[in-house]
Write a protein that binds this ligand. Structure first.
Ligand code: ATR
Length: 275
């Protein structure tokens, strides 16, 4: 049988591990799949997607900077995608495009995998772009004590709070962060991509603060190193989130949930050996 065609769209995309991850899932479950990475032009995502579908594409992942556009292009949205305003998983169903967002699932399962506590936690989310927006609906469901969105540009944090106005969220600029010792801090800024770290005060961290960086690399990220230097004992990167969101996308397309753990281990080894 001809393999079903899948793709991840982004710009840039060269760094994407999604084709490799989905191939591991397909191998686990004996599924025949073709999954490629596609660089869509910044102003050409819609056209690139349409060409992919016209050529028989069955589904796609979408990464920065196209998640909001994928949301607009979806004919039908899952509840979580509708709330987040961002889509990272598209499924072609006849002539309809179904949009979902599995980033929140990836984040929450990875936090639990690392032993973080979410119930009654005071949570600080750094960043107010697509990455932050995508995980807020899933975070809100976790019975947190509080959720604060802090962003370098305070107005964008306030806009995001407004978007989720049904929920009790606080928003502020980095320089207004006066609370100390959050239970959980999630870095959803793209500062790390430019080898920078968000300019936030060290007082937000105490030894029990669980620090999570949504990006990942072979070595601890700059944000993780800074959190450790501020005394945080538990810091982790977003590699497990990446594999978790991919697994959920895979289950949407194939109706079977692959095993996440072995793929996380293998990917960590690949990174550490520079592959
Ligand atoms: P993404 O889809 O990855 O979230 P985005 O929508 O461009 O990308 O958002 C990038 C986020 O990272 C924003 O919150 C941005 O802050 P501003 O709104 O102030 O631009 C944040 N960010 C990027 N570089 C940063 C840096 N060096 N320090 C702090 N925040 C940074």
């Amino acid at each position: 049988m001809k393999a079903r065609q899948f793709c991840v769209f982004g710009n840039p995309i060269k760094q994407s591990r999604s084709p490799w991850i989905h191939q591991q899932f397909a191998n686990q479950l004996g599924i025949n799949l073709e999954y490629q990475a596609s660089l869509a032009p910044i102003n050409g995502f819609e056209q690139t997607l349409k060409t992919f579908i016209a050529n028989g594409g069955a589904g796609a992942n979408v990464t920065a900077p196209f998640k909001e556009e994928a949301w607009r292009l979806s004919d039908h949205l899952s509840d979580i995608a509708r709330d987040s305003g961002a889509v990272n998983t598209l499924s072609v169903n006849g002539d309809r495009l179904l949009g979902d967002n599995t980033d929140g699932y990836g984040l929450i399962t990875d936090l639990y995998r690392h032993g973080a506590t979410l119930k009654n936690a005071n949570v600080l989310l750094l960043g107010a772009g697509g990455a932050a927006r995508g995980v807020i609906p899933a975070l809100i469901k976790e019975q947190l004590a509080s959720l604060t969105i802090a962003n370098r540009t305070a107005s964008k944090a306030h806009d995001l709070k407004q978007h989720f106005s049904d929920f009790s969220i606080q928003s502020c600029g980095f320089d207004e962060l006066t609370d100390t010792g959050y239970d959980l801090i999630i870095n959803a800024t793209s500062a790390g991509l430019a080898a920078q770290k968000p300019d936030v005060p060290a007082t937000i961290i105490n030894p029990n603060t669980f620090c999570y960086d949504m990006v990942y690399q072979a070595m601890p990220t700059g944000f993780m190193q800074w959190c450790q230097a501020c005394g945080a004992l538990q810091c982790t990167d977003g590699l497990g989130m990446l594999v978790g969101q991919a697994a959920k996308s895979f289950s949407i397309w194939f109706g079977q949930m692959p095993e996440i753990e072995p793929v996380i281990q293998q990917l960590r080894e690949l990174l550490q050996t520079g592959k």
